[in-house]
Design a protein around this ligand. Structure first.
Ligand code: HMG
Ligand code: MG
Length: 298
């Protein structure tokens, strides 16, 4: 079941940079997003309106959103854990807001300081307000393939959260492998199960590459009909509240794989390689990643 085309959501400016130890200057974030826009992405996760005490790296979201150059046809998304986040995202002109829950109770507590049930109660008004204003609503389901605190996560818990997110009116739902423990068979099982509650073509694969399985998991997802994938330029990323979580699958590697399969992405791989070089230099100490970009520039 190979598609002609997939959508790639570039999450580097948010998932990628949120985990950097040293604060990344606003102008670097703006330059990164502008270059990604020029490379042809139609969806860029640009900011996160969360507590600056929890994630200081994302504290300048409003300024980033105000300064980026927007291309018509590209959605600039922002994470919104609660109404305060939603209000800030709307004021900043986000085209899509992202509520983020977890299929694991332990991770929900660590990441957003509340139970899964409490998180759904917080998401309800966020979703309602987004729908009322006609803003696209996406949901992320963390720990869909395993949890750094609880270990195994039952597939039923993922399906349950997907159903609840659908009931809130989500337009797209991300099946997130937060700590990269998924393997192709398990990924297919989870994707198939999730698709009993939400249309397969609006589910996405958000794979961190901690153990080097992310590309195999993309391939496995393609086989069951997933058509939307998240990636980070230069493989940046991780979650500050998931110990040991490393970056998302590198956009460079994902593009190369899609090219080898003859699947269209609409993205200029050469420009992405240069962007990988740029951000690797800008955040420092990323020799391996800049090599990855350089190797894939051809
Ligand atoms: P809390 O402490 O329970 O919230 O945090 P609170 O409502 O009691 O508020 C505490 C303080 O935070 C107050 O300020 C609020 O005003 C402020 P104070 O009175 O102490 O000065 N606050 C906010 N400030 C700005 N924007 C907001 C906001 N909300 C409250 N939206 C909260 C709850 C959810 C806010 C907190 O736990 C938090 O910000 N967590 C975010 C964690 C995070 O961003 N994690 C990374 C993103 S998720 C991820 O990476 C996974 C993903 O990639 C998928 C995957 O790979 O799994 C998406
Ligand atoms: Mg992530």
């Amino acid at each position: 079941m190979q598609p002609d085309k997939v959508k790639i959501v570039e999450v580097g400016p948010r998932d990628g940079l949120q985990n950097e130890k040293a604060l990344v200057p606003t102008e670097i974030k703006v330059a990164l997003i502008d270059q990604l826009t020029d490379a042809g992405f139609t969806n860029i996760e640009a900011a996160s309106f969360v507590s600056p005490k929890w994630v200081p790296q994302m504290a300048d979201g409003a300024e980033v959103m105000a300064r980026i150059r927007r291309r018509p046809g590209t959605l600039y998304s922002a994470l919104t854990p609660n109404i305060k986040g939603l209000d800030a995202a709307l004021a900043a002109g986000a085209d899509e807001v992202v509520i983020f829950g977890a299929a694991s109770e332990a991770f929900s507590q660590k990441n957003i300081n509340c139970s899964i049930a409490e998180s759904m109660a917080r998401f309800e008004p966020v979703a309602a307000a987004a729908k009322e204003r006609g803003i696209r609503l996406r949901a992320s389901v963390s720990c869909s393939l395993g949890c750094p605190y609880q270990g195994d996560v039952p597939v039923g818990a993922v399906v349950d959260l997907v159903r609840r997110m659908r009931e809130l009116g989500c337009d797209e739902i991300d099946i997130a492998d937060t700590i990269g423990v998924g393997t192709p068979d398990k990924v297919q099982e989870v994707m198939r199960a999730a698709s009993t509650e939400f249309p397969l073509e609006r589910l996405s694969g958000h794979f961190h590459d901690t153990y080097g399985h992310a590309l195999s998991n993309v391939r496995a997802s393609l086989e069951v009909g997933i058509r939307i994938f998240h990636s980070s330029v230069a493989g940046l990323g991780g979650c500050p509240y998931a110990k040991g979580a490393t970056g998302n699958v590198a956009t460079e590697a994902l593009l190369r794989m899609m090219q080898s399969l003859g699947v269209e992405t609409g993205i200029d791989a050469g420009k992405v390689a240069q962007i990988g070089e740029f951000i690797s230099r800008a955040v420092g100490n990323r020799g391996a990643r800049s090599t990855l970009s350089a190797n894939q520039a051809s």
